[in-house]
Design a protein around this ligand. Structure first.
Ligand code: LAG
Ligand code: CA
Length: 474
């Protein structure tokens, strides 16, 4: 179940973290569709515990499978899926199959008003009772398979997916979402479930719906969250035959490189040579909603110059199933998403340039990022060629005869005549500007009969990338 069922030449997913369904529907119509995004990963859609202060992570504590959360209700969810599919943008839902809510001080109530008693593993909204869960224990040894898969991840009540009843309820939940027109799922905490159980569950799901525009016999796309940096007991290889797997090593290494800890010339061998999964099995990202909060090498919107360069490389290099993060501003791990005095999520507001204003970061609306989504569409199905580097952190390469990109992560200027592989013409650099009504608001590159073009990226340029492609020819 590795096929994401993209429409046309599209091939980038965006994670609209904590967005409301109505806002996503509008974003599909007004921005994502027109800009060529292939799909959206949405926040968990099922009822979660209401936690004081409303941290984002309350959504990782299920109370039932009713489709009522702060993002909206079932009707709004269904409307979003329909409208996004209509403009060729697929919806993938973040699903929690591993666990339910953790213990709660006081009466646990969900976002649909359902009560539960996590302390005795009672979730009447499903219903689940104690026998549907593994006996309580703590994960303290990450090399002990039993603990990883049977004990409680940060205290979350651990479901027993080998039980018929649990399987039935999980399959019903996922089938309900398929019925509403989704294209697939991000499976949270997959490593904490036995792959045999997941295989049974995925294999039991219905096909995607023809009435929502999917070809006959399409299987739901599955991408599983398995954090595998190597050296642990449970590995990504146990899951990658069932569906794609999040490639955390990609995130780590791309952060390292663009933070300057690794010369960019080494990226020539990017991909499986770096110990990554094969391209069609790897869900790739610069940062995700968890590791953007962890610090370390991972790049986030907080280091915008490096972040845009890493994202440009991510989307230019032919490797992986790409996902772009779209965040809200946060100070610490527990920061709540933008909300009003009634603790309702607030809708993003846009400034004159189309960027987000009120607490939403909307990386996907940064020109350097959405234009690289367009680049990736333009170069789809081409190979990489004509790698060039300066022996350090200035690099460039072609994608067939469709696109060319150059990076400068050195402290001195790049000014070179390089092979762009493009047909003779004048091209607009989609990083420093946009092509609007035939005129380019950024740098232009003149490509001659021989494909050569003069490329310059000064070390003090606003961005350290230059990208041209056949769909942005002046
Ligand atoms: C995931 N993937 O495997 C999610 O990507 C990740 O965001 C989830 O953790 C985790 N697994 C469980 O679905 C998040 C937060 C945690 C939070 C947890 C449950 O990163 O911080 O735990 O969701 O809401 C919080 C507290 C813990 C506490 C726990 C239970 O931070 O201290 O033990 O709630 O009360
Ligand atoms: Ca488990």
């Amino acid at each position: 179940q590795h096929n994401p069922h993209w429409w046309g030449n599209r091939n980038t997913i965006v994670h609209l973290f904590e967005w409301k369904w109505e806002d996503i529907a509008e974003e599909c119509e007004n921005f994502l569709g027109p800009r060529g995004f292939a799909g959206v990963q949405v926040s968990p859609a099922n009822e979660n515990i209401v936690s004081p202060g409303r941290p984002w992570w309350e959504r990782y504590q299920p109370i039932s499978y009713k489709l009522i959360t702060r993002s909206g209700n079932e009707e709004q969810f269904a409307d979003m899926v329909r409208r996004c599919n209509e403009v060729g943008v697929r919806i993938y839902v973040d699903v929690l199959l591993n666990h339910m809510s953790a213990d709660f001080v006081g009466q646990a109530v969900g976002t649909a008003g359902t009560e539960a008693d996590p302390a005795v593993k009672s979730f009447p909204g499903v219903p689940y009772s104690a026998e549907d869960f593994h006996p309580s224990c703590e994960i303290y040894d990450w090399n002990d398979r039993y603990q990883i898969q049977h004990c409680e991840l940060v205290g979350l009540k651990d479901l027993d997916q080998s039980r018929d009843w649990v399987r039935t309820k999980l399959i019903e939940f996922l089938d309900h979402l398929i019925e509403l027109g989704v294209a697939g799922f991000r499976v949270d905490a997959a490593k904490h479930m036995a792959s045999e159980d997941l295989e049974f569950i995925y294999g039991s799901l219905s096909d995607l719906k023809i009435e929502h525009g999917f070809p006959h016999s399409s299987r739901p796309f599955i991408f599983q969250e398995v954090i595998d940096h190597g050296g642990q007991e449970v590995t990504r290889e146990e899951y990658n035959s069932l569906g794609a797997v999040t490639e955390f090593r990609f995130s780590q290494e791309i952060g390292n490189a663009f933070r300057g800890n690794n010369a960019l010339k080494w990226l020539q061998s990017w991909g499986t040579d770096w110990g990554f999964l094969s391209s069609g099995q790897a869900l790739t990202f610069v940062d995700n909603h968890d590791n953007q909060r962890d610090g370390g090498a991972v790049l986030t919107y907080k280091s915008p110059r490096q972040y845009k360069m890493a994202t440009a490389f991510h989307l230019a290099y032919p490797y992986g199933i790409s996902r772009v993060m779209s965040s809200f501003a946060f100070d610490d791990h527990d920061s709540a998403p933008p909300q009003d005095a009634q603790e309702e999520l607030i809708s993003p507001e846009f400034d004159a340039d189309g960027g987000c204003a009120n607490g939403w970061i909307c990386e996907h609306r940064w020109r350097q990022i959405y234009n690289m989504v367009g680049f990736k569409n333009a170069v789809r199905d081409t190979e990489i060629s004509n790698w060039w580097d300066n022996g350090d952190s200035q690099i460039a390469f072609c994608r067939g005869s469709k696109g060319f990109i150059a990076f400068n992560n050195n402290m001195y200027n790049l000014a070179e005549v390089l092979q762009t592989c493009l047909p003779k013409g004048v091209y607009c650099d989609v990083i420093s500007g946009d092509l609007i009504n035939g005129s380019c608001s950024g740098k232009s590159v003149y490509v001659g009969d021989d494909g050569l073009g003069f490329v310059s990226i000064d070390s003090d340029d606003f961005d350290g990338v230059l990208a041209i492609h056949v769909d942005a020819r002046i």
